[in-house]
Ligand binder design. Structure first.
Ligand SMILES: [Zn+2]
Length: 332
């Protein structure tokens, strides 16, 4: 039950509160916006200009995220939260042989200490960059892709700060996912000292739009040890959680194993789960805006992500040490 500040002040005077209740006066103010919704709204706002890696809008999103990580109480892993790197990009995205520019990208990395850490750390991640603007100045807000997963990342961080994990947890807001999973690849190749041994990675990318409340969890084909965890999470999830899109196939539309930031972790042999929705009408369109998101679904997806993260933490060493399934040895 929520009261806004004005009304809780009234409640501080018991007599007045009673009399209001007796008169049937109700709190007509709009309920407070849940924090993940606020994060989603702010990260996908027009002033973030589509968060293209290297852009001012991307830097504004990063500034906001640094403020939130620090407010939540997450510890920086490096000198600060930033893990910067550079890469070369063609000035004309349609022509890979055009003149190139050097782009600076920045992952944000934080740490939450476990109460009884084992030999592995858990990584939770989501990319905060998107594709920017077009020549006409149209903004690709990227609310679903991936302000939503980034807001989910902050929610997982807040949940673990409130109720600490057993194992050390590393939280990463990846940059430069669009166009090459560069942030995730850089992190996997440049892990901070003391946190090299990753037992499990949870990735969120596009968790805020489904008109049918359907969220996919990808990764159980390769890591069958995660099936029981996912089944248990699905039973209590307020939305529909489905496994799939991870069976090796020649059709990239049906195998999402390498399509987002979990890919480089999987390639390094690290068990992963990825949470996301099927491609939809707003995917990489200028209509991927906060206003078009399905907020109750988003909140259900965030709740499910927190639950999956907690369950994975509780069995991290088991997950890390279980055999994975290889397409070479398990013919369909
Ligand atoms: Zn994405």
């Amino acid at each position: 039950m929520h009261f806004d500040r004005r009304f809780s002040a009234l409640l501080a005077a018991p007599v007045l509160a009673l009399s209001l209740a007796a008169c049937g006066v109700q709190d007509t103010a709009a309920p407070a916006e849940p924090q993940p919704v606020t994060d989603l709204r702010i990260l996908s706002a027009d002033d973030m200009e589509g968060r293209l890696v290297g852009s001012e809008g991307n830097a504004r999103a990063r500034e906001y995220l640094i403020g939130r990580l620090s407010e939540i109480g997450v510890t920086p892993v490096f000198e600060n939260y930033e893990q910067a790197f550079t890469f070369q990009r063609s000035l004309d995205f349609r022509d890979p042989d055009a003149e190139r520019e050097t782009v600076r990208a920045v992952n944000l990395v934080g740490h939450i200490a476990g109460t009884n850490p084992g030999e592995h750390v858990m990584v939770v991640g989501a990319h905060y960059d998107h594709v920017g603007m077009d020549e006409d100045g149209n903004i690709f807000n990227g609310a679903d892709d991936n302000a939503s997963g980034t807001a989910g990342l902050l929610a997982v961080a807040a949940a673990f700060m409130e109720n600490p994990p057993q194992n050390d947890v590393i939280l990463i807001a990846f940059d430069a996912e669009e166009g090459g999973l560069r942030g995730a690849r850089h992190y996997v190749a440049n892990r901070p000292e003391g946190f090299e041994n990753i037992g499990f990675m949870l990735n969120m990318d596009m968790i805020a739009f489904s008109e049918t409340d359907d969220l996919y969890v990808v990764g159980t084909w390769h890591y069958p040890v995660l099936l029981d965890l996912v089944t248990a999470a699905a039973e209590v999830s307020p939305i529909n959680l489905h496994t799939g899109y991870d069976e090796p196939t020649d059709d990239p539309r049906n195998d999402w194993t390498m399509l987002s930031d979990h890919g480089p972790f999987h390639a390094a042999g690290i068990p992963f789960l990825y949470l996301g929705v099927e491609d939809h009408e707003h995917y990489h369109q200028i209509t991927d805006t906060f206003e078009n998101m399905t907020i109750p679904f988003f909140l259900g997806a965030v709740e499910t992500a927190v639950d999956v993260a907690r369950r994975a933490d509780a069995m991290l060493d088991v997950i890390a040490n279980a055999p994975s399934r290889q397409p070479e040895t398990d013919a369909k």
